[in-house]
Design a protein. Structure first.
Length: 521
């Protein structure tokens, strides 16, 4: 920069004096001096040779940014003052961005490699709905999430700082459109004091005047500066996904947090980088969810199946682990996964039940009961799971009602068919007319009561055996038996009331007697 060793010493002394004692990073922006500090064409300075000279180096604080200006007069033979034209910044910017890009990519790659090499991952089973045993939901993979978080903590601020420095150092903030001082003052380089005053005014004007940003050129240079760095971030995400696909949940939340914290105007490309990371994490997690759905779909074999399907309790383990990874703003990502997985679970359960219509209600009630029992605690705190919990509860109740009705009618069909005929006739006949209808006389009533309620304890025992016959979940028997007894009492109470209205002189076992009998069994 300087013309002689003396000038080199002067330049060195100026720089050392400017930054001496400071603990802050000083950014040096080299500007070829015109009296106004503007970039422009060369101009002859009265044909005289002036000594190359450091006018000043200063550091100013504005908000949270430090600015420093190093202004140097450089003369060629003939006393011509050289200025840097703005058009020459384009190759300079490209050269700078290329060099720093190579440095950043090397640092990122080495850091990512060391991070992965220094993290010992546990063995995690990633297939949740197939295989003889369910994955262990208690495996600790927090060190993988911490490694990803550490990489972002190191490089996101660095990349933001590099972007901001590029914008400032490479003069992407153009000069203000405000008119500058008269060109006559350009010749005011005769004395040191005049030049020093010019410098002070230039720096003050740089801070005071609003600048015009070159967004197109800045974005292009930011791309040149940072392009390719995302590959090592991708490699880290892929590495974590291979260890445990559910780590995508925590990585998504970490990425979201950094995205929400980006405020700098020059951090646009860093934001694009994080957006791309978020998209990649989302795609990897979506791939895991789709594979889980396919695993569940393979349970539909078109043949009779009994008992609780293994994917029902395993989903509860999966949901528990997914909730463990949730942090920040990734609730929606997990909820969408729940919707997709549970949706296909319910569809497959219905399809399997249709392969054996005779026992379809037993199959449905057992599986939906298992779904409710395994997700009870989570459903109390996760609204999306609560919605499916209630849906399963409704299907369970409907299946129970149908199944219990079949059992009751199997043992007491004549009794309740007789009651049904009385109900139908009462819509068009008075109670006094019904005993005169064919098949509904008093003698018919006695025959029905005798065949159905004589030795009623044996019929009730048979009903209990029928209830247990095809159940594979023995823990459901007490609940179903209570429902069965209640349903039978309700139906018998209706029959007793009809008998009293239509056959007031006939004696049949009271509801109290039947209730007492059921209580002893």
């Amino acid at each position: 920069m300087a013309k002689s060793s003396a000038d080199d010493k002067e330049l060195r002394r100026a720089c050392e004096a400017a930054i001496e004692g400071t603990k802050q990073n000083v950014v040096i922006c080299i500007r070829v001096a015109k009296s106004k500090g503007a970039w422009g064409k060369g101009k002859v300075v009265k044909g005289q040779m002036a000594k190359p000279r450091v006018l000043a180096i200063t550091s100013k604080h504005r908000g949270d940014r430090f600015k420093a200006f190093l202004r140097v007069l450089k003369y060629t033979n003939g006393g011509e003052l050289e200025f840097l034209d703005r058009s020459s910044l384009t190759p300079l910017r490209k050269s700078y961005c290329s060099s720093i890009n190579q440095l950043l990519r090397r640092e990122t790659r080495e850091f990512a490699n060391e991070l992965r090499a220094g993290t010992k991952p546990p063995k995690v089973q990633s297939v949740w709905f197939e295989g003889a045993s369910a994955p262990n939901p208690n495996v600790d993979t927090s060190m993988i999430s911490e490694a990803y978080s550490k990489m972002l903590a190191v490089f996101v601020p660095l990349l933001v700082d590099e972007s901001s420095f590029l914008s400032f150092f490479m003069r992407f903030e153009g000069p203000s459109p405000n008119p500058t001082r008269d060109d006559d003052e350009d010749e005011d380089l005769d004395t040191d004091d005049a030049n020093d005053d010019d410098l002070d005014r230039d720096i003050e004007e740089n801070d005071a005047n609003k600048c015009i940003v070159e967004p197109g050129a800045l974005n292009e240079s930011l791309r040149d500066l940072l392009d390719g760095i995302q590959e090592d971030f991708y490699a880290t995400v892929d590495w974590a996904h291979r260890i445990d696909p559910l780590l995508c949940i925590s990585m998504f939340g970490i990425t979201k947090k950094y995205l929400s914290d980006l405020k700098a105007e020059t951090a646009g490309y860093v934001r694009l980088l994080l957006d791309a990371m978020e998209d990649r994490i989302t795609n990897l997690f979506t791939r895991f969810v789709d594979e889980a759905r396919h695993q569940i779909e393979r349970f539909d074999k078109g043949v009779k199946q009994t008992g609780v399907m293994s994917f029902v309790p395993r989903f509860a383990l999966l949901a528990t682990r997914m909730e463990h990874y949730i942090q920040g703003q990734n609730r929606d990502l997990v909820d969408q996964a729940y919707i997709k997985i549970i949706g296909i679970m319910f569809v497959i359960l219905e399809k399997i039940s249709q392969a054996d219509p005779k026992h379809s209600d037993i199959f449905i009630l057992e599986n939906y009961a298992s779904f409710q029992n395994s997700l009870y605690e989570l459903a109390n705190c996760v609204p999306t799971l609560a919605k499916f919990y209630h849906q399963a509860s409704e299907s369970y109740e409907q299946s129970c009602t149908r199944h219990i009705s079949v059992i009751i009618y199997y043992q007491f069909e004549r009794l309740f068919q007789f009651a049904k005929r009385i109900e139908d006739l009462m819509l068009t006949n008075s109670p006094e007319e019904i005993p005169f209808q064919v098949g509904l006389s008093k003698s018919d009533l006695r025959k029905v009561v005798k065949s159905s309620l004589s030795g009623v304890d044996k019929h009730i025992t048979a009903m209990h055996k029928k209830l247990m016959k095809n159940l594979t979940s023995e823990e459901l028997v007490p609940t179903l038996w209570d429902k069965c007894k209640k349903e039978f009492l309700d139906k018998y109470d209706s029959f007793a009331q009809l008998s009293t209205k239509v056959y007031p002189s006939e004696n049949i076992p009271s509801v109290t007697e039947i209730r007492g009998l059921l209580a002893t069994m």
